[in-house]
Design a protein around this ligand. Structure first.
Ligand code: MRU
Length: 356
């Protein structure tokens, strides 16, 4: 998608160096960063320079390419693959991408290993672009239906950033929005700020602005009253891990939005590529929920008058705080799952029908 009128992807390889857009600097500065070693890749995932389930999977895949360039030794690759999987715990795409890469390169001792790894990492990215594009085309039908009845701009609420910045291109939750916009359907997006990292305000609003889509940032607690007033036609969110039974793990606060949507009869859709489905975990209580530093809550970041990015403390020095990064929305609150293969019920049967 576009930044200042120029097309970008979120990750690419150039001269044995992995290029990323440093998301910790957005929206204030647009910085392309070089990842030269696998440690750089691990660090970029941990510090959220790259983030969003599909993108961290792709970064881990390229991390393995970098590790082959550093030390083409099978026991080193095995150790690194575990470090990559453990760099963030909740999004399943990380494990999925590393396992997919290791299946191709484990035991390959010839010079071909680098070429094999590069091709697989590129394939993971290309596949994600196609999947996200198809999520958009499938989700477009839902938006079209609402617009055809209403004949007025469609108001969509989204949480966190499940936009193209969280994937390679198009995004998951935003892909139907981008497709609707390209098809001439007037759209307005309510963007949840998404405390504490503000992915909604800093990233979703930024990328929608760059594509010329009307949006309004709201505090995370505002969605309920907007739904109650009839000012939200539908919610579309992304997910970091969806279980085979349809339970959806996503950014903290998603669950509360789903409850409000249910109470107000607002359709609540989750958009995801199949790489985000965890077919193994049976019970959502077993999903590892990331707990990040409490500093992300007690300190807030912004730009000062000189344009310098600074952090200031906003909590009392003596106060404790707790920063759980994800929650689980039970399948019963999800109207449907929008996938690359179509839209299905959030249930074992629904997912099985699409992914036999
Ligand atoms: O902690 P993050 O920013 O990596 O979390 C990302 C999310 O929770 C997104 O909402 C998301 O839907 C998953 S990525 C498409």
């Amino acid at each position: 998608m576009k930044i200042e009128g120029k097309d970008y992807k979120t990750i690419w390889l150039k001269d044995n160096c992995v290029k990323i857009i440093d998301q910790t600097k957005l929206p204030h500065k647009f910085v392309i960063k070089d990842l030269k070693t696998v440690k750089d890749a691990i660090n970029s995932i941990k510090t959220m320079e790259v983030r969003g389930a599909p993108l961290i999977g792709a970064t881990a895949a390229y991390g393995l390419v970098l590790s082959i360039l550093e030390n083409n030794d099978q026991s080193f690759l095995k150790k690194i693959s575990e470090e990559l999987i453990n760099s963030r715990p909740t999004a399943i795409n990380l494990k999925w991408a590393v396992h997919r890469m290791m299946k191709k390169i484990a035991g390959v001792n010839s010079d071909k290993i680098l070429e094999i790894a590069i091709n697989e990492a590129k394939e993971i990215c290309e596949e994600d672009i196609n999947f996200c594009k198809n999520i958009g085309l499938n989700g477009l039908k839902i938006i079209e239906e609402i617009y055809n009845k209403k004949k007025k701009p469609v108001n969509i609420l989204t949480h966190c950033n499940a936009g193209w910045l969280a994937t390679i291109d198009w995004g998951t939750a935003t892909s139907p929005i981008y497709h609707a916009h390209k098809n001439g359907i007037p759209i307005h997006v309510w963007v949840d700020e998404t405390r504490p990292r503000n992915q909604g305000a800093n990233l979703t609003s930024y990328e929608l602005n760059e594509e010329g889509i009307k949006n309004t940032i709201i505090a995370d607690n505002t969605g309920g009253i907007l739904m109650n007033r009839g000012e939200v036609d539908l919610c579309i969110v992304g997910t970091d891990r969806t279980l085979a039974n349809g339970d959806v793990c996503n950014k903290i606060g998603t669950y509360l939005k789903a409850l409000a949507a249910k109470d107000n009869n607002v359709p609540f859709y989750v958009a995801l590529p199949s790489s985000t489905i965890d077919w193994e975990t049976k019970n959502s209580k077993e999903i590892p929920i990331e707990e990040r530093s409490s500093d992300e809550l007690s300190e807030i970041e912004g730009v000062d008058q000189n344009g310098k990015i600074i952090k200031v403390r906003i909590y009392p020095q003596k106060s404790k705080s707790m920063n759980l990064a994800f929650d689980v929305t039970p399948a019963k609150y999800v109207t449907g799952l929008i996938t690359e293969k179509g839209i299905c019920e959030a249930s074992e049967n629904g997912l099985k029908e699409l992914f036999k």
